[in-house]
Design a protein around this ligand. Structure first.
Ligand SMILES: [Fe+2]
Length: 209
């Protein structure tokens, strides 16, 4: 007669080197919620509002980060080398911001947006074409994306202070805003139309600015 083993929580666990593959389970926390009780001295409604806003900023920052990599790969022309390096440097800095924002959302008890399809549905940044664009157009597109993020960041920072969330305000101002402002400067100087080799001779006293 075959021996039938009855599995129960009382049965001893059999030791095995076999990994448990293809597992599926329900979520342990839904997107858009926060843990109710955390010893942060920030009430649940405050953390709910801040994490929701930070998720918008996260989706936009992930989009800008990826726009930099697209530009890094696809740029062309006599400034290729310089732009190729600059775009990758900015990509790295945006990737650091992504991590800081995502981890801020988690520590506030929320759930960070993470996957590309969710980010694509959420971002406020205009979708670029799959193909290549001229360098000035790439730079202009990146500047527009920065403007979206800077505008959101300023509003969110003010709201965080209003709600007593100084930690989020600090992240938004010291890291997100300052990094984006600096990158805007480095980009926008590339769109100034000045002669490369020979300075223009003055025509008259009149200046066009
Ligand atoms: Fe690369």
């Amino acid at each position: 007669m075959a021996k039938i083993e009855i599995e129960s929580h009382l049965a001893p666990r059999r030791i095995s080197a076999q990994p448990h593959l293809h597992q599926r389970a329900a979520e342990i926390q839904a997107y858009g919620t926060v843990n109710r009780l955390l010893p942060l001295e920030l009430e649940e409604p405050v953390r709910l509002e801040i994490t929701s806003q930070l998720n918008q900023l996260l989706a936009d920052t992930m989009t800008l980060r990826d726009l930099y990599k697209k530009s890094h790969w696809q740029t062309a022309g006599p400034t290729f080398y310089q732009l190729h390096l600059l775009f990758d440097k900015h990509f790295d800095e945006q990737a650091e911001l992504v991590d800081s924002i995502a981890e801020r959302i988690q520590l506030l008890g929320g759930v960070s947006i993470a996957m590309a399809h969710d980010v694509a549905e959420t971002t406020h940044i205009e979708r670029p074409p799959r193909g290549r664009e001229e360098a000035p157009f790439q730079i202009s597109r990146l500047l527009d994306a920065h403007q979206v993020i800077i505008s959101e960041t300023r509003k969110m920072a003010g709201r965080a202070t209003q709600l007593g969330d100084d930690g989020s305000n600090d992240l938004l101002i010291s890291e997100v805003l300052r990094t984006n402002e600096l990158q805007v400067w480095f980009l926008s100087e590339h769109l100034v139309d000045v002669p490369l080799v020979k300075a223009e001779e003055p025509q008259s006293e009149r200046r066009d600015f």
